[in-house]
Design a protein around this ligand. Structure first.
Ligand code: FES
Ligand SMILES: [Fe+2]
Length: 426
């Protein structure tokens, strides 16, 4: 598909910084196609966690826009990433979700791939057929302290600074000794940018998330509380004694920091008390606030003493986004003894459901002939402005590159080496 670059440029020119985006960014099918090519196919996507693939042959299949990717643990234990599409006639190899296989066998005509992506068997193909040229096409995979990231681009954004900055913040949560306790998906009838703008501010939280507001500092300049500097400094000093870094750290497409929860709360739950008795991090008796990290374009996560919660927004249509949520607990936590899924997931499930209503209602209003972008509140929507600036900068960068490189316009990845394996996690 050719992308409508002229339209993108004019939308960008119509955008006023510190104001919500022009209508077409939230509604136009051509913008949706552009976003998949220029944003979701070019940025690092937070895919999940190492512990979701505990053994060789375990895989995680997930959609990224119209594409699907496959993350596989190979026979040596390394993670590899592939486009989840058969090299014969393109059938999807593994349905969305997790599983374990000795071989990746296409359900259509049974071409079989080894866990390193090499084509091992292609029934009835002639003797002269070159199997070595028809392995799975690799994608980039990286891991940081037990969290997994993938990128569809051949030339992904630099990753090292993100890893170096996130690793010390996340390491104390011991994700290597975690397990996935629950996962949910939710269809939101709203453009992905409305979903993410909503996720980047707490302007609405005090009124619309009364349960979240019990534990979460909803009045900060950011989603995290920096407004009360003296309180944050006390928290920082206490964490220093406990040996936990707090940040904040950030780059173009990420932010991370540990921040204090409301007084009396040791986790983000309905009552502020751990929802899982077996803690993932028992430093300072678990009174360690929350370590939040967020990636543009699509995700955020909170690591508290008892759980890690992950939120990921995937566009599936111009006005349709699928939100995936995951909850980790300590691997030795016993369901029904140390935690029950309903209590563990109650807070974020409720919050997600409230946000679904807000985002769908926002989409309805944005669709109006009377919609005019309004100004952000700098006090409360700083990270929304940051998100918009990042997005518009990515759009502009893509347009500029497209103008100087015709090859970029249709944004079809070149068919590079198909015999090489995927990038290894680290
Ligand atoms: S499409 Fe996969 S074997 Fe034919
Ligand atoms: Fe919200």
């Amino acid at each position: 598909m050719m992308l409508n670059l002229t339209k993108m440029r004019s939308l960008l020119d119509a955008r006023q910084p510190t104001y919500a985006l022009p209508q077409g960014f939230y509604t136009d099918p051509e913008v949706f196609s552009f976003d998949l090519a220029a944003i979701y196919a070019r940025t690092w996507i937070f895919a999940g966690f190492d512990v979701e693939l505990p053994k060789p042959g375990c895989y995680l299949s997930l959609p990224i826009g119209r594409s699907s990717v496959l993350i596989v643990r190979d026979r040596q234990g390394a993670l590899r990433g592939f486009h989840n599409t058969c090299r014969h006639r393109g059938a999807q190899l593994c349905a969305t979700g997790r599983g374990q296989r000795s071989w990746i066998i296409c359900p259509y005509h049974q071409w079989s791939y080894d866990l390193d992506g090499r084509l091992a068997n292609a029934p009835r193909m002639p003797e002269a057929f070159d199997r070595a040229q028809h392995g799975l096409r690799p994608i980039h995979v990286q891991t940081v302290a037990g969290s997994i990231y993938v990128c569809l681009a051949e030339d992904p954004p630099a990753f090292d600074a993100f890893r170096d900055q996130l690793a010390p913040l996340l390491a104390p949560h011991d994700l290597g000794n975690a397990k996935l306790a629950f996962e949910s998906t939710m269809m939101v009838r709203a453009n992905w940018k409305l979903v993410m703008q909503n996720a980047r501010e707490c302007y609405h939280c005090g009124v619309r998330h009364p349960e979240l507001a019990v534990t979460f500092p909803v009045k900060g300049r950011r989603p995290v509380q920096l407004a009360d500097v003296a309180r944050f400094d006390r928290f920082r000093a206490r964490m220093a004694v406990a040996g936990l870094p707090v940040g904040p750290v950030e780059g173009d497409w990420w932010q991370a920091m540990r921040f204090p929860l409301n007084d009396g709360a040791t986790t983000i739950s309905m009552d502020g008390k751990p929802a899982c008795a077996r803690l993932m991090c028992d430093t300072a008796n678990g009174d360690i606030g929350s370590m939040r990290w967020g990636l543009e374009p699509h995700s955020f996560a909170h690591a508290t003493c008892d759980t890690v919660f992950m939120f990921s927004a995937m566009p599936t249509g111009p006005e349709e986004t699928v939100v995936t949520s995951k909850w980790l607990v300590h691997k030795d936590a016993v369901e029904g003894v140390d935690y029950d899924v309903e209590s563990l997931t109650a807070l974020w499930t409720q919050t997600n459901s409230q946000d679904l209503d807000l985002c769908e209602n926002n989409q309805r209003g944005v669709n109006s002939i009377g919609y005019v972008p309004g100004p952000y509140c700098e006090e409360a929507e700083l990270l929304v402005m940051r998100f918009d600036d990042w997005y518009c900068n990515e759009v502009r960068t893509y347009l500029d590159r497209a103008a100087s490189d015709d090859q970029l316009v249709p944004m079809r990845p070149r068919l590079a080496s198909v015999t090489a394996g995927g990038s290894r996690g680290s």
